[in-house]
Design a protein around this ligand. Structure first.
Ligand code: NAP
Length: 256
């Protein structure tokens, strides 16, 4: 089977948080658009299965087990991409964690630490090593997953909201710093998207999920593929003059 052509043809892309939800959808979408994908997360069994499924479509795929909270593991994932495929052209830093839906004063330090370590330090760890590899390769594109919670607040998720605002700050800073080095850095801000994270939020009250979806402008949650398509476009050369931007993929939620 010949490898697929497309806007990401010939590009080597690292995708974190690839074992489920938006990241797993991105593995398929990026590969369909021609990329060689390196899938990273902590659950090896899922990554192995997903890489196999992608290879069955004719695309190239490998995986690296990595906890993005650890700089050494982030470095190794980048090194695996470069070592196996020769370079790193793009990265989708999508790994993320949520907090239980609770008022700020009822959340504990562990919830705060988990989202800050995963969502902020994780993006920091990955970007540092990705930028090093991209500088060596002459350029690249990075997309970080923020959230509508990085643009506007909602109740009962304060540390998550803070972490996703920080992702946008890191994105803008890196975009400005590396624009002259041909590295573009953007963020996406998904609205409610069907995934394990959202299933967990609504686990205690299944009706709450459907009610929340119906209250949105499009009266539905996003499919993970719709979010992944936006990240793929930002990683492609079709977005060559887009850097430092945060693109809402929220069905109109933040336009309200
Ligand atoms: P998900 O299905 O729970 O996916 C989260 C992914 O992150 C999993 O692949 C998980 O894999 C990985 N991950 C978590 N902690 C990690 C760590 N320490 N190191 C490496 N990987 C880690 O949820 P999702 O909705 O697709 O979330 C993807 C991103 O979208 C997150 O950044 C989330 O904040 C953001 N987001 C989601 C929504 C939504 O409504 N779903 C809205 C806005 C933003 P392992 O457990 O295997 O490590």
């Amino acid at each position: 089977m010949s490898p697929p052509a497309g806007p990401l043809a010939g590009k080597v892309v690292l995708i974190t948080g690839a074992s489920s939800g938006i990241g797993a959808a991105a593995a398929a979408v990026f590969a369909r658009h021609g990329a060689t994908v390196v899938l990273a997360a902590r659950r090896a069994d899922r990554l192995r299965e997903l890489a196999r499924a992608v290879r069955r479509t004719g695309a190239e795929a490998s995986y690296s087990v990595a906890d993005v909270r650890c700089t050494e593991q982030a470095r190794r994932a980048v090194q695996d991409a470069v070592g196996r495929h020769g370079r790193l052209d793009a990265a989708f830093n999508n790994a993320g964690a949520g907090v239980p839906k609770r008022p700020l004063h009822l959340l504990d330090d562990a919830a705060y630490d988990l989202v800050m370590e995963t969502n902020v330090r994780g993006v920091w760890n990955c970007m540092r090593h990705e930028i090093t590899a991209m500088l060596a390769g002459g350029g690249g594109a990075i997309v970080n997953t923020s959230s509508v919670g990085g643009l506007v607040a909602s109740s009962a998720a304060a540390p998550y909201i803070a972490s996703k605002h920080a992702v946008i700050g890191l994105t803008k800073a890196a975009a400005v710093e590396y624009a002259a080095h041909h590295i573009r850095v953007n963020a996406i801000a998904p609205g409610l998207t069907r995934s394990e994270m959202v299933d967990e939020w609504f686990a205690t009250s299944p009706d709450a999920g459907e009610k929340a979806y119906r209250s949105l402008p499009q009266q539905r949650a996003a499919d993970p593929e719709e979010v992944a398509e936006t990240a793929a476009w930002l990683c492609s050369d079709r977005a060559s003059f887009v850097t430092g931007a945060t693109l809402a993929v929220d069905g109109g939620r933040t336009a309200w």
